[in-house]
Design a protein around this ligand. Structure first.
Ligand SMILES: [Zn+2]
Length: 623
């Protein structure tokens, strides 16, 4: 983790701000008289869950822990960094030398993997031992170009073939061991891990070869074998095909997650290039993290048979935990909806015909596949169907059980129109009066609100103050800006406050001021320079580096999404305060005040959506 990220993880905004002002608990949040302007009634709030602060009064501004200190102490980012580093015991000295040794080792492992992949690929294409494998791949419908693109390979049915080959290339036994390509024997020496298998090289999002998946070609168990955990291969954080899918995921703003390597190959061959596979049946938290950086529209396509259905449920459990863990500790399904609310993510379930894998469906009928993707069910519908199909709606007891399972899910839906849609649907399915369900929902809201006001519920105790230590969207936008300074002329839409993380805001402001890149870097504090370096060296997809108009569209979209997020946060903070105020008599006054000084958030959001839409249409028109 970066130094800045580490500092953020160790500091709690409530604790820090309370050194300066006397904070009072207000529901889940804290309020105080604003330290930046003179006022009689407190309009300064601290939001522990977001680790942010905002003054709704004369200042009408907010930020994170860094910006609070900078404003309060009148110091710059570098000074703030040093102050917080000392306070949290994080060393500002970059362990550069140490880091370089590690990076050197990793580079060597990537290199070994590349050579092994070339070796396996060569065998698959030419060795007589691979005749039957080539036939098998042809039967599965793979074209030679796909085999080449994904660099599929074949490992000989021998104990030391790769070991001998790589040793002759000058790699040590220890290095091969570390790369996970050989297994150590008890009496010393070793043998090849992968024998008589179809080899799938697995690349990380940067396209570097991290490890291998291998399918047995005989009755060997396990049928699928992966590289072990190595310094460059972490099975739980890699999704297969991401290196070739990332551009399409970004462009189409959606990702389809399937189970098998073959599904990915066939999908890509048929032009569905935004398809990746989980490494095993259920998705992990880290895998979601990787995908989240590219899109918020996730489609899960998993087997429809019983095992598959179970896997689907499991995957969603992981999704729920991942996407939600840091925000609220709630039951999984509703957690997922909460995530959809907060980050505007959309998770849908593709339901495959019974007994069919995605690769079969795609090969047999690509239009059917498209249809299935188009008809993928939003999580709520999927869960609703899954639960209702398991109960007898003629039985009172079953009805009640189904409702109690679905209530938490529906109560999390913030959009009143969507919520009412699902209430209606559920009432119909359960053969119940919708008003009964709605009133039960309202009473549980009231209960929740009361407990929020008293601030003594399990929920509020369990909330862990934690903000993601970085923002992929902000970083992606900055990467584009830093790598293409010519954008300065057209970046007028972007404003510093759209960047919530102060380190990003700082970089943006410096960039905006037109500081030359060389002096720009030299003038930064070490941790900020490290951060800028990372962004400057980030590899962008070829479609972006080669096509100027594509870059423009992507930047424009980033800019709109940043603005959208900023507005949504603003709105969320306001809502929380309104929720507090409704319990008091001056509710209407406060509401009026907020609206008067505020901007029409929903109108602005609508504008953003239509701009994004126009942007996307123009982009498609240009091809
Ligand atoms: Zn203020």
């Amino acid at each position: 983790m970066s130094v800045i990220g580490e500092i953020k993880e160790r500091i709690d905004i409530v604790e820090l701000v309370s050194n300066y002002v006397s904070l009072q608990k207000a529901g889940r949040n804290f309020r105080a008289l604003c330290p930046f302007h003179v006022e009689k009634h407190p309009s300064f709030f601290v939001f522990p869950e977001r680790q942010s602060w905002r003054c709704f009064g004369a200042c009408n501004t907010g930020g994170d822990v860094f910006s609070f200190l900078m404003k309060k102490e009148g110091i710059d980012f570098g000074q703030t960094l040093r102050f917080l580093a000392e306070k949290t015991g994080v060393s500002l000295v970059l362990e550069k030398d140490q880091g370089e040794v590690e990076r050197g080792k990793e580079a060597r492992l990537f290199e070994i993997n590349e050579i092994a992949a070339e070796y396996y690929h060569h065998l698959l294409m030419t060795a007589s031992e691979a005749n039957s494998v080539r036939k098998y791949l042809k039967q599965r419908g793979l074209l030679p170009q796909t085999i080449k693109n994904f660099q599929l390979g074949f490992s000989l049915d021998e104990w030391e073939a790769l070991l001998r080959y790589l040793t002759s290339k000058g790699y040590s036994f220890e290095e091969l061991l570390m790369a996970g390509l050989v297994i150590e024997k008890e009496g010393g020496g070793g043998y090849d891990r992968f024998r008589n298998r179809l080899m799938f090289p697995i690349r990380n999002i940067q396209g570097r070869l991290a490890g291998f998946g291998a399918r047995a070609l005989d009755d060997s168990v396990p049928k699928y074998l992966n590289s072990p955990q190595t310094p460059v291969f972490d099975k739980s954080s890699i999704v297969y095909g991401i290196d070739r899918a990332k551009v399409a995921i970004w462009q189409r703003n959606s990702v389809v997650i399937v189970e098998g390597y073959m599904d990915v190959l066939i999908a890509h061959q048929h032009g569905c290039e935004n398809v990746v596979a989980s490494m095993g049946t259920s998705l992990t938290e880290k895998q979601f993290g990787v995908l989240k950086r590219l899109t918020k529209n996730l489609f899960l396509a998993l087997d429809a048979d019983t095992a598959g259905e179970e896997a689907t449920l499991r995957s969603i459990e992981v999704a729920g935990q991942t996407l939600d863990k840091k925000v609220v500790p709630v039951p999984i399904w509703s957690g997922l909806i909460k995530y959809e609310n907060i980050l505007d993510a959309d998770i849908r379930i593709i339901i495959l015909p019974p007994g069919k894998d995605p690769d079969e469906v795609i090969r047999e009928d690509i239009s059917l596949w498209q249809d299935l993707v188009d008809k993928a069910l939003p999580v709520v519908d999927f869960v609703m169907n899954a639960i209702i199909s398991r109960v007898n709606v003629e039985q009172a007891r079953d009805k009640s059980a189904a409702w109690s399972k679905l209530k938490p899910l529906i109560s999390e839906i913030k959009d009143p129109v969507r919520q009412s849609h699902y209430l209606q649907k559920l009432a119909r399915l359960l053969k119940m009066n919708e008003r009964v369900l709605a009133s039960d929902l309202r009473s549980s809201y009231a209960k929740k609100r009361r407990s929020r006001i008293t601030g003594e519920t399990e929920e509020s105790l369990a909330v862990v103050p934690s903000l993601p230590s970085s923002s992929p969207l902000e970083e992606y936008c900055l990467t584009l800006l830093l790598q293409y300074p010519e954008f300065r002329a057209i970046s007028g839409e972007l404003r510093p406050e759209y960047f919530q993380h102060t380190e990003n805001r700082e970089l943006f402001v410096k960039w905006q001021q037109g500081v030359e890149l060389t002096s720009f870097e030299a003038n930064l504090d070490a941790p900020l320079r490290e951060h800028a370096d990372r962004l400057l060296n980030r590899v962008l997809p070829a479609t972006l580096t080669q096509r100027e108009e594509e870059r423009w569209y992507v930047l424009n979209d980033c800019s709109l999404r940043l603005q959208e997020r900023w507005l949504r946060n603003l709105e969320a903070e306001r809502e929380e305060i309104l929720l507090l105020e409704t319990e008091k008599s001056d509710a209407t006054a406060q509401l009026a005040k907020l609206e008067e000084q505020g901007i029409d958030v929903s109108l602005r959001l609508k504008e953003i959506f239509s701009q994004r839409d126009i942007n996307a249409k123009q982009r498609r028109a240009r091809g």
